[in-house]
Write a protein that binds this ligand. Structure first.
Ligand code: HPA
Length: 276
């Protein structure tokens, strides 16, 4: 297998290409914009956008609510990178490919990763639109993007006792209090999807200690931790988990709820970035 420093390694190639397109200096964070939460991109000033289809090693996302571009600019006065669009495992991407954009933003200098996602509520008191800081996760995808040859600079056995940075979590809560945004803390269960859960699975997740369930984030955090990045993640609870309400779950409703919660989400993340 090629070494990461060789010019034809996909990671080195993607980073070298992006440096020709973006005036990257020292980004304080990279932000992954989840389903329907891409509106934060409009708050990035001086944004330069590169389409995923042009970046070596990237694929074009095909999920509604995902733009498919990498942005560079300033948010809250600080230099950031943003990934508007994901490679979900339910699209057929391997776990390692799902997390490839995280390797790329790390190669461009980002050492803090802020992730977001839409998720179903498992905790019964969560109403649609509730924002939740991820305190910890359950990897129920039963895949790990770190399997195989250890990548240069990665930990072989990354410590996962504190995958979501306690200082960033505490900052998010303090910011939310200051802005009057309701923000809870909870455990995110990552599942493969693309089917939503059954009511029995939702009851199982509740017993396992999950507060929310979604189809992303976990592979990205595992890779980010292996590289030593600090992570913060916010879920937008878009619907009660299956069986917790009489309503069926539709992706269009998921996107609609994220749009309504977007303003609070954007203020929260912008203030977090400004505090870095
Ligand atoms: N389950 C899993 N993922 C989701 C859900 C859900 O209920 N809602 C939005 N993403």
């Amino acid at each position: 297998m090629a070494d990461a420093s060789s010019a034809n390694h996909p990671l080195a190639e993607a980073a070298a290409f992006l440096r020709t397109r973006l005036p990257v200096q020292a980004p304080v964070a990279a932000i992954v914009l989840g389903s329907g939460l891409g509106g934060l991109a409009a708050r990035i000033s001086g944004a330069i956008r590169v389409a995923y289809r042009d970046i070596p090693g990237f694929a074009e996302p095909r999920v509604e609510g995902h733009a498919g571009e990498l942005l560079h600019g300033t948010l809250g006065g600080r230099e950031v990178l943003a990934l508007a669009g994901r490679f979900h495992m339910y699209e057929g991407h391997a776990a390692a490919h799902s997390a490839f954009p995280v390797r790329v933003v790390h190669a461009l200098g980002a050492r803090t990763l802020i992730l977001s996602n839409a998720a179903g509520g498992i905790r019964r008191t969560f109403a649609p639109g509730q924002l939740m800081v991820i305190a910890d996760h359950l990897n129920l995808m039963f895949r790990n993007p770190l399997i195989g040859q250890v990548q240069p600079g990665d930990e072989r056995f990354p410590d996962m006792s504190s995958p979501y940075d306690p200082d960033l979590r505490q900052r998010l809560h303090a910011i939310a209090r200051g802005l009057g945004i309701r923000l809870e803390d909870g455990v995110y269960a990552g599942l493969l999807g693309p089917s939503y859960e059954t009511p029995a699975e939702v009851r199982m997740l509740e017993r396992l200690g999950a507060d929310a369930a979604g189809m992303s984030t976990v592979p990205e955090v595992m890779v980010a931790r292996a590289m030593g990045m600090r992570c913060a993640a916010v879920s937008c609870i878009t619907n009660p988990g299956a069986g917790l309400s009489p309503e069926p779950i539709h992706h269009a409703d998921v996107i609609e709820v994220t749009r309504r919660a977007a303003a609070d989400f954007e203020r929260l993340i912008e203030a977090l970035v400004a505090s870095l």
